[in-house]
Design a protein around this ligand. Structure first.
Ligand code: NOJ
Length: 750
């Protein structure tokens, strides 16, 4: 067993040394303001600060007197979904002039991938591997949303997702902790802007803490079982990155992890979040997740749930009102203490002070000119191009020649609402540019026959019309996938193929013999094994947002190339899930030498006469497309992988370089990926882990040397004793185009 180096710190050590991992600083002047205000507050007001009221988004007519009165009495700390600007102004006015201590409210909203201008879904944004795009998209969202009074977004979602059945994979940053961390930081920086007290700053909310994406079977809200090693090495890193970037809030997950619902998990909310990480903002529950500890079988009633939430350190209760109803009683009975309440309230006040709300709580006035601006729309288009992943391009079918006759077929070719994707309450579909409207505006000579009216459609009555139109054309562009409602919260699927009769229609069209481009708009990877041979090109655009049409137009005709790379492993069949590239090797790793397909097993074969390795008899062991995969319109050659040394120590940094040449005949983009494997560990290590990547752009024929620097910190991990460090021994290193490809070298850490 290898020796763990001296910077190993056990969790216990961390608790004692209080060496926090986050650089969020509290300053004394701020803490004094918080304590001074606390001393003036009544218990009712303190309880009020813990209350996030989830009402009013559908309120018609005037603002209900009951709400105004609650604010007047200081019984509400924040609101979600108040989307009427006058109500925002009125409620804030009451809070800051009539409530006992004039404490301002915070208005929250799920501003997930845009507010009015909708960007690609977060899984799509993750496919861009581009922190700048993530940051600018969230800045745009903040500028638009703050004009409606929103100052708090429930984003970014940083749940690592390894199972495409899970509907909320659409909102996730994918399966890789390193990529997710880079994106998490970028989103927080974009939402929060340069200063929290800027009226266009939205405080971020890293969610869902934690393990929501590890729902067993990919079924939403399901139990997660995550050991400490996985928690620290896979699920926590993106959250840590968000906190380091200054995320002021965090939301607890709906799920239980290892038997404890997240909203009642003291270990998570205190030992990990406050003590290990040093987070000093506030924790909000998910929607009713405090009282949902009752059906979880963890609390016997609302009062018990409130007690558990308070004792766990959960600051603000979203929508359910168990704190409001029972905190007083719990205090009287000595089941919780006023010190606990003070500390929970202080965390909220600290954030309100940082947001500058006590000085200026006015809504960023005048939204004219802030919504759907030319600049916002251009950024949304750029994001859609950078997110789109070209999965197949047989015979370089794409880009298409505009002068040929084209037929567009498919249920998502002209669906302004559907291409926006999940979580787009505020996006106005009348602003959406679909592929069909864009082709029309650009005077492309094309015919459009829907073929199926929605993605789940099983009626075949338009098939013949589509086939006839296809026969008259040179190329078929089939735009299908999933409607927005088929992914997102509570929308998990057991089969993740193209729903309805889409596969059947594609097969009918393939019989005509014309080249087919399949454009997929979906919230998750879609299994296309049944139809991959029937189509010549496959372009995955995820749900691309408001500007999906112009982005697709530019990519199809080659004004731009698709630039995305998969942020998740793409399965052949749902039965392979969960599937992720950074898995462990097992004692019997799968290998093509050993693998025998189910159809090749001789009848009556002896039980153990065939390769006993970790695979499926029918689906093998490889995905359809690996993590990091994506084609462009040119080709790149990787040569000459060179390490500055074959030994890494605590004192040096490895410089790793590779020559990359654009061997095609047009300019192109490449995302160069560096993976590492720690060959032997005191606990088993993943077969590969992404450690670095760089996006480059090369002219035809151009060559560039790309250099990465790798240091000891990049290799550290937590073992199952919660020791953090790196162990002496051998490492493999790859630089390549994706997780299944690359030039390989080795080095030692000494
Ligand atoms: C439930 C979702 O899980 C969460 O992500 C969201 O922010 C809240 N509802 C509020 O809408």
């Amino acid at each position: 067993m290898k020796r763990i180096h001296i910077y190993i710190i056990t969790i216990l050590g961390l608790l004692i040394s209080c060496k926090k991992e986050t650089s969020v600083k509290t300053n004394n002047a701020l803490e004094n303001k918080v304590s001074e205000l606390l001393t003036k507050m009544t218990l009712e007001e303190k309880i009020g600060q813990l209350n996030l009221r989830g009402t009013s988004s559908r309120v018609k007519g005037s603002l209900p007197e009951e709400l105004k009165q609650a604010v007047r009495e200081g019984k509400v700390g924040a609101f979600l979904n108040v989307m009427n600007k006058q109500y925002v102004d009125e409620l804030q006015q009451i809070a800051t002039t009539e409530s006992p201590n004039k404490i301002p409210l915070i208005f929250a909203r799920d501003v997930i991938h845009g507010f009015k201008t909708i960007f690609p879904i977060p899984l799509g944004m993750a496919a861009s591997w581009d922190a700048d795009v993530a940051k600018s998209s969230s800045r745009v969202a903040a500028i638009e949303a703050s004009s409606f009074g929103v100052r708090w977004t429930f984003a970014p979602m940083l749940d690592i997702a390894r199972d495409a059945r899970w509907g909320r994979i659409a909102e996730s940053p994918g399966e890789d902790p390193y990529l997710a961390s880079i994106l998490g930081k970028a989103y927080v920086e974009g939402f929060q802007g340069d200063s929290l007290n800027d009226p266009t700053s939205l405080i971020a909310c890293a969610k869902h803490f934690i393990g929501y994406g590890a729902a067993i079977g990919g079924r939403d809200y399901n139990t997660a079982i995550i050991n400490k090693e996985l928690l620290q090495n896979v699920y926590l890193p993106p959250f840590k990155a968000a906190f380091k970037a200054g995320s002021q809030t965090v939301m607890t997950a709906f799920n239980e992890m290892n038997g404890i619902p997240a909203s009642g998990d003291k270990y998570l909310l205190q030992d990990i979040l406050r003590k290990q990480i040093g987070f000093d903002g506030f924790v909000v529950s998910d929607w009713n997740s405090v009282t949902e500890m009752i059906p979880h079988g963890f609390a016997k009633d609302e009062k018990h749930a409130a007690k558990i939430g308070i004792n766990a350190g959960l600051n603000m209760e979203m929508t359910s009102q168990s704190y409001e109803k029972y905190v007083k009683e719990l205090l009287q009975e000595g089941k919780i203490t006023e010190n606990q309440i003070n500390s929970l309230v202080a965390d909220i006040l600290r954030v309100k002070f940082r947001m500058g709300l006590f000085e200026n709580s006015k809504r960023a006035q005048d939204d004219s000119g802030k919504l759907y601006t030319e600049n916002h729309l251009q950024l949304a288009k750029e994001a859609a191009i950078k997110s789109s992943v070209l999965l197949k391009n047989e015979g370089n079918l794409l880009p298409l020649n505009k002068n040929k006759k084209i037929v567009i077929i498919g249920p998502l070719a002209n669906k302004p609402r559907e291409q926006l994707g999940t979580w787009t309450f505020d996006g106005d579909k009348t602003h959406t540019k679909t592929p069909v409207t864009t082709f029309q505006q650009n005077n492309v000579d094309f015919t459009f026959v829907e073929g199926l009216t929605f993605s789940r459609d099983i009626a075949e009555n338009q098939f013949q019309k589509a086939i006839n139109a296809a026969k008259q054309s040179d190329f078929i562009i089939f735009i299908g996938g999933e409607e927005a409602i088929l992914s997102g919260e509570a929308h998990s699927r057991a089969n993740i193929n193209l729903p309805g009769k889409q596969e059947k229609l594609i097969k009918e069209l393939a019989k005509i013999g014309k080249p087919i481009v399949l454009v997929i708009m979906a919230g998750r990877p879609i299994t296309i094994t049944n139809i991959i041979k029937d189509v010549d090109a496959v372009l995955m655009t995820w749900h691309p947002g408001t500007m999906g049409g112009p982005a697709i137009y530019d990519m199809i005709f080659g004004n731009e190339e698709p630039q995305g790379r998969l942020p998740v492993t793409w399965p052949k069949v749902a039965g392979q899930l969960p599937l992720f590239y950074n898995h462990k090797n097992t004692g019997r790793p799968a290998s093509s030498k050993e693998f025998v397909h189910i159809n090749d097993i001789p009848i009556g074969a002896w039980q153990s006469s065939l390769g006993n390795t970790s695979h499926y008899l029918d689906a093998g062991f490889t995905p359809h497309f690996p993590f990091g995969y994506g084609l462009g319109y040119t080709t790149f050659e990787y040569t000459n992988l060179t390490l500055s040394s074959n030994v890494l120590t605590n004192a040096n940094t490895l410089k790793i370089s590779v020559d990359i040449k654009n061997t095609g005949n047009r300019k192109g983009n490449e995302i160069v990926q560096l993976y590492v494997q720690d060959v032997v560990g005191s606990i088993t290590r993943p077969v590969k882990e992404l450690k670095k990547f760089k996006k480059i752009s090369l002219e035809a024929g151009e060559q560039q040397t790309v250099t990465f620097e790798l240091e000891v910190n990049d290799l550290k991990y937590y073992n199952n004793k919660m020791e953090y460090g790196v162990e002496q021994g051998d490492f493999n290193i790859w630089i390549g185009k994706n997780a299944a490809n690359g030039l390989k070298e080795t080095f030692k850490y000494e």
